[in-house]
Design a protein around this ligand. Sequence first.
Ligand code: M6R
Length: 607
Amino acid sequence: MCGIVGYVGPKLAAPILLDGLRRLEYRGYDSAGVALVDGPTITVHKEVGKVAMVQAVVPADAPGHTGIAHTRWATHGGVTQANAHPHTDMELGIAVVHNGIIDNDEALRQRLSAAGVEFRSETDTEVLPHLIRHHYKGDPTQAVIDALKEVRGTYGVVVAFAEHPGVMVAARLGSPLVIGLGEDENFIASDPHALVRYTRRVIYLEDRELATITADGVESVHLDGSEALHTVEELEAAFGTGDKGEFEHYMLKEIHEQPESIGRCLRGRVQPEAGTARLGGFDLLPRDLTEIPSVTIMGCGTSFHAAMLGAMAIEQVARVPARAVIASEFRWSNPQIDPKGLYLAVSQSGETADTLGAIKEVTTKGGKVLGVVNVVGSSIARLCGSGVYIHSGPEVAVASTKAFTSQISAMYLFTLMLGRTLTLAPNEAQHLARSLADLPEMVRAYLGNPGPIQEAVRHLVNARYVLFMGRGLSWPVALEGALKLKELAYIPCEAYAAGEMKHGPIAMMEEGTPVIVIVPSDANRERTLSNMREVQARGAALIVIHSRGDHQAASLAAVSIPVPRVHPLLTPMVTVLPLQLLSYQAALAMGRDIDMPRNLAKSVTVE
Ligand code: M6R
């Protein structure tokens, strides 16, 4: 959840570290800090708040050509300056930044305290510099190896030594680190976003590996001391530079990127003439497809909502039993795993700890998991080994938008492939394939003419709570709309399958309660219209998202938001767009921090 960046080379480290921190800030933004190696002790600047707070106290010409930096999302210990990283040993000779959790920190703390160490923070991380100091006998690499042998837990850790300016030692177990290779300079970060401005040549550290990084090169070993071999990878062009461009916020930029991001996901995969899709990464031949007994799709948050849509589509179209499971529940539920079943793990970041845990649970029990992942080279992509990249490009805003529509696109491609093999007549499959291929234009058409979003926002900003409802494929869309409004605007809201309203939630209806209804023209439309009349009769103000030309749905609405007519299976791809804009505009009107909502972080790398 936190961000790490490090530099070694001929340039001043501080500006590079601060730039990297700004790019990683979306991963966590409680506090931040920088450690610069220059002279007999390490200089540390750290502050509570966003990276700008640290930037304000680090002189532009701060000396030091080696440095490490961190932006934090608090786990152990409150949000205080003392708890911010980097942490140092008592002599200020060793500085550490760390992502992950040290499980045995209490025992290590007691032992080190008994040996005279005075702790200055409440963090688990602070045991590391003291422990490394305890093992240090002149060789920085060996000291880190020996210290980590005593550590239980997870880490992506980078260490700097005053006695060794020009050296960083980094190690990984369960928390990602990527080394960026430059000309006579090298970098390290928890996320390639911090590196793309400087280099596209990277090495991903694997679990239980340690690297000693200097300006001239990188030497890596396994923690048992054996040599570790790496291939240098090139960050793909779609990685972009991660800037906001003409937009005020990353979220708005990412909403408007959806025609291109969906197009990238579909391109070269959807085959309209053949009425099928090619997903090379799945490596499944038609014969393999006929033998899949069931599909289980795992994810958290927005990725879980995409998983719900994937499962519904697969079951409805290909007639294969399919379910979506919340990874954080599934992993601890002692699930039955069918080794012949197909398991998919959906994740934008590819680093979500609970989704990683669910994958391990499946593989431990003999199952195979394929990834549906955005970030190339991420932990989930590597753990799964095969799957599809959704190619959204970098998603920086904490609220997921373009990844959601690309995740759905990828799973719809699989649905088409499976359906063409198992159930669909050629003309039905061609119709679906053509409709998929048309999606980027449909999305572009909506975003060019989004309807009365501001009028709807007026109903939301003073609401005590907001209800969302939809049936069938529109139910996960309702859940996603409610999640977006909660995380961005902090308005209490709930989403219900529309038929469930009268089993309880309708009791909440008061005069003017905003109810957002997703009612595209699909097989559920009539039933949802009835539910709309039920809540309207109790005073609700309906904000209705419906297919263009549906005058009946529009006539029930206080605010009517039409979306393009698409194939019924594809309606979530257009109905979610006004919900993304609504939450964005409501949050803006309420003065919220849109790209970095309170208490959240982009990648949830802790349980
Ligand atoms: O990176 P992942 O897709 O695995 O992340 C899962 C959730 O943490 C994420 O979707 C979260 O719910 C978003 N902030 C929602 O906008």
